[in-house]
Design a protein around this ligand. Structure first.
Ligand code: NDP
Length: 322
C-alpha cells in the first residue's frame, strides 16, 4: 500500500458525459477536481457510432470524438484526468467529513467531496454458452467488434434503440443481420425501427429468443461461435441459424457495486438522489449520469446532471465555511 495520502477537494469517478461536465464546472469553480476514468475511459459513448441528438452538432458527431472534446474542455480548466480504477470507498457519514478512496488497490485519496459518474454497463442474457463464448463471437459492442465479422452473418439480440442502432451499423459491414425480438413489437423509437425495416439485409424475427449459442472448438482449444439456436416463445418451436457473431443489446445495469451498503439504491441498484438534486444520502457525495438515471439515459441528460453535481458540490463546500 502507498504510504502517501493525497488530500483533495473534489474527486470525480467516471469519465462519460456526466463526469466530464461535472469536471468542467468543478474546475471553473476552483475545486481542482481529479478524475479517475475507470476501465472504459470516455464511457458508453465511445462504443457508439454517430451521436445525432446532442445539441450543438448539426451534422452529428462521432461518440469517441465527442468524448475527446469533452476531455479537452475539462483539461483546459485544469481538471486532472487520470487513468485508474477506484477499488474501494469508505464514505464519511458526517457533514464536513473526509471520504477515503482507494485507487488501483493501492493509492489512497482523501476527498472533501465525491462525484459519482460511474455510468452503467451492458447486460447479458445469462446463458452459460453466452458467457463461455464471450470474446469468441459473443459481444455487446458492435462498434468495437463489428469489424471482425465483415461479410459474415450475425445476430443481434434486443429491440431497443441500442439494438436497432447496432443492427443498422452491422448491416453495413456484415452480409446478413438477424434481429431477435422477444415481443411482437420493438421498443426502439419509430425512426430507428424504420431504419431497421428499410435496411435490406436486416431480418427481424419477432417473438423469438436466444436459446443457446453454438460453438466449435478450433485448433489450440479456442472455441468460436458457429451458430445459434433460437426459440419462438409462442409456438415453442426451435431452429438453428448459422452465424459467426452474436451481439447482445438488451440494456444496461448501473455500476454501483462499489457503493453497496454505503449509498442508498433502488431495487435495480441505481443510486438514489434526493429530489431534483444530485445529493445522495451521504453529505458531500453526489451522483450524476446513468448511475442514478434509468429513465432518460441520454448523453445530454447525463451532462446536465453532471453540471448539477458540480454545483451541488461547490455549494456544499461553501456551506461548510459559513
Ligand atoms: P432498452 O432498455 O431501451 O431496451 C432493451 C431491449 O432489450 C428491449 O427491447 C428489451 O425487450 C430487450 N431485452 C431485455 N432483456 C431481454 C432478454 N432477456 N431477452 C431478449 N430481449 C431482452 O435499452 P437500450 O440499451 O436499447 O437503450 C437504453 C436507452 O438509451 C434508451 O432510453 C434509448 O432510447 C437510449 N438510446 C438512444 C440512442 C440514440 O438516440 N441514438 C442509441 C441507443 C440508446 P422488451 O422491449 O421486450 O422489454
Amino acid at each position: 500500500m502507498s504510504d502517501t495520502v493525497e488530500r483533495i477537494k473534489c474527486l470525480i469517478i467516471g469519465s462519460g458525459p456526466a463526469g466530464y461536465t461535472a469536471a468542467i464546472y468543478a474546475a471553473r469553480a476552483d475545486l481542482k477536481p481529479i478524475m479517475y476514468t475507470g476501465l472504459e475511459a470516455g464511457g458508453q459513448l465511445t462504443t457508439t457510432t454517430e451521436v445525432d441528438n446532442f445539441p450543438g452538432y448539426p451534422e452529428g458527431v462521432d461518440g469517441t470524438k465527442m468524448m475527446e472534446d469533452l476531455k479537452a474542455q475539462a483539461e483546459r480548466f485544469d481538471t486532472e484526468v487520470r487513468f485508474g480504477i477506484v477499488t474501494k470507498v469508505d464514505l464519511s457519514k458526517e457533514v464536513g467529513g473526509i471520504h477515503k478512496i482507494e485507487v488501483d488497490g493501492e493509492k489512497q485519496i482523501e476527498a472533501e467531496t465525491v462525484i459519482i459518474a460511474t455510468g452503467a454497463s451492458a447486460s447479458y442474457l445469462g446463458l452459460e454458452s453466452e458467457e463461455r463464448l464471450k470474446g469468441g463471437g459473443v459481444s455487446a459492442c458492435a462498434t468495437c467488434d463489428g469489424f471482425f465479422y465483415k461479410g459474415e452473418d450475425i445476430i443481434v439480440v434486443g429491440a431497443g434503440d441500442t439494438a436497432a442502432e447496432e443492427a443498422t451499423y452491422l448491416a453495413k459491414i456484415c452480409r446478413n443481420v438477424t434481429m431477435l425480438v422477444r415481443r411482437d413489437e420493438m421498443r426502439a423509437s419509430k425512426a430507428m425501427q424504420n431504419r431497421v425495416m428499410n435496411t435490406k439485409n436486416i431480418k427481424v424475427l419477432f417473438n423469438t429468443e436466444l436459446d443457446e449459442v453454438l460453438g466449435e472448438k478450433k485448433a489450440f482449444g479456442d472455441e468460436v461461435v458457429i451458430g445459434v439456436r433460437v426459440v419462438n416463445n409462442q409456438t415453442k418451436e426451435k431452429h438453428e441459424i448459422d452465424v459467426t457473431g452474436v451481439f447482445i443489446a438488451i440494456g444496461h445495469k448501473p455500476n454501483t457495486a462499489l457503493f453497496t451498503g454505503q449509498l442508498d439504491m433502488d431495487d435495480t441498484k441505481y443510486l438514489i438522489t434526493k429530489g431534483k438534486s444530485s445529493k445522495t444520502n451521504l453529505p458531500g457525495v453526489f451522483a450524476c449520469g446513468d448511475v442514478q438515471d434509468h429513465e432518460y439515459r441520454q448523453a445530454v441528460t447525463a451532462a446536465g446532471s453532471g453540471c448539477m453535481a458540480a454545483l451541488d458540490a461547490e455549494r456544499y463546500l461553501s456551506s461548510l465555511d459559513d
